[in-house]
Design a protein around this ligand. Sequence first.
Ligand code: PLP
Length: 453
Amino acid sequence: MNTSPAVDALVRRDLSHLWHPCTQMHDHETVPMVPIARGDGAWLIGTDGRRYLDGISSWWTNIFGHANPRLAAALADQARTLEHVIFAGFTHEPAVALAEALVRVTPPGLERVFYADNGSAAIEVALKMSFHYWLNQGHGEKTRFIALTGSYHGETLGALSVSDVALYRKTYAPLLLTPILAPSPDAYEAEPGESAAEVARRRLGELRQLLERHAHEVCAVIVEPLVQCAGGMRMYHPDYLTGLRALCDEFKVHFIADEIAVGFGRTGTLFACEQAQVTPDFMCLSKGLTGGFLPLSAVLTTAAVYEAFYAEYSAGKAFLHSHSYTGNPLACRVALETLNIFHDEPVLARNRELAVHLAARLAPLRDHPHVADVRQTGMIAAVELVADKAARRPFTPGERRGLRVYLHGLEHGALLRPLGDIIYFMPPYVVTTQELDHLVDVAMRGIDIAVAG
Ligand SMILES: Cc1ncc(COP(=O)(O)O)c(C=O)c1O
């Protein structure tokens, strides 16, 4: 790979000055850095002309394909009109229209929109807003959050505080708030003979016990609805969300739904919460919101939350959280165009067909001697590799089996980026069934190579 002089030069310049996220830079002594020149639909095209099918939507952001012409046109038009304006005391059409549209398409009861500029920042906003709501209501004793085991909500200090993926959290633990961890309703953890719905019920029982003990000091329960993504694409039954809504009401704590990864059609419905017919107190959105074009996030909340902050200035109840790029017009305009695409095109119906195709192609892997689980929720599918299928014993992490799948993918025109030994598929919605076939074929061969020896 990376054989042309132009490619080598770009990589050398990169490695001279850049520091990449989620990367041990030393790995690049052996793992190639891939210079990308342009994107085209579901494909990324290297500076040497090599093509990679983006099987993970570039960290789950790109839902309508790279260099999408509609989103590009909206962005260009907005750039010629208004690129940015301070969002305190000033407003603009794209921000207002996007808020109206988000209120229209999200579950009923979410009426207020607060913008931030990435997923982690949205989580910070939701955590602070929930805490501040209770403070404004005279409940300053509520300072803690309940999160699920295996959860991931981002990597700024607040978001990392409510995350439970050791890889990201362990090193920084001394800096973090201590959440109360409730056991995840992850269906992979089912007892023999137990259905996903039964796991959900059992885990709700355990959450109830935690709330009985801690509700007085808890602001909110935060979850990734239906799929815990970075924690390993762990999936659970919608009944958990229904039960969670009821428990939050009963124990007077907020329900924060982090739909940053699962929102915008990923799980089969526009928002995952719809599958449980629940309205959370806060819904965090980002990633697909701008189709992967620009960083933007939004926190939606209820009139009841908003009203708890609405008072004379002297009462000191205003919400305080400001980013320079809040409500950026370019990002808002692209997000509006993203919602227009959902409105104009049968995206969810097409996703359902793609999901059926993907499921059929992955089904044979269930019989693979090193595959413990093949699971899928809409346009997210995951294959769990293990050393011992019967005992579900994982491979030793240091063996980095998933990395072998990644490297095989790069050699054969596919961007697959396993989470440890979990190979997952989260392609842009513009992918064709033939392209899905390519992705699965490459992954299957990569899996055989990765588990050998
Ligand atoms: C569920 C979830 N929440 C929050 C985040 C953080 O978003 P960002 O990477 O934009 O900070 C992520 C990112 O992967 C995510 O998957």
